[in-house]
Design a protein around this ligand. Sequence first.
Ligand code: URA
Length: 213
Amino acid sequence: MTYPRDLIDPIILKNREFDLEGFVFGNGDFSPDIMLIGEAPGEVEIRTGVPFTGRSGKELDKTLAIAGLTRDQVYITSIVRSRPFGRKTIIDKTGQKIEKRPNRMPKQKEILLHAPLLDYEIAQVQPKLIIALGGCSLKRLIDNNMKISESHGTIWHGKIKQLGADSNYVPSQQAYDVFPIFHPAAIFYNRKIEPQLIADWEKLKEILEAKAI
Ligand code: URA
């Protein structure tokens, strides 16, 4: 999808005020029933320019297959389109200081900065079902107080959060179906959730087969 320059340019310019780099566009079928919304690109995605092409992308592909889906049947994007990076100084073998910039979760102000892009994409795609990949996406879309550990695997229906005129979130005009699911990278930190993650994607397959969306 292409975005209007007057939407995207000010955001890219303002990225400089944060530890954000690069820009990854949403990817996939232009008018799909399903829209997957992740957190933010990482180092690999900034290089390839395609969402979920790193380690978590391999996990995402496996789980999409559980639901009988391929990437070209869905649209994939994220709540922040640039890579949030941390700063860590390490000392190498020769005693030299080296600054590392690891991937990190986006901050509220960064999510707010990129909010108009996500709002625009949702309005363009008009998905029948939004898959919120992980807690950050869930909180951005529905409510900061929601937890992915409690909300995953059940369809939530209602008005989602959109950026209002005074830089606050307001309810969307339209109601959406949102299916929250653990972020594919979550199993790297907690293997115990894998059975739940698989069960949720199996449930999604049932929902799609029953044409319940
Ligand atoms: N996590 C995301 O949310 N998006 C990516 O593209 C990669 C990792």
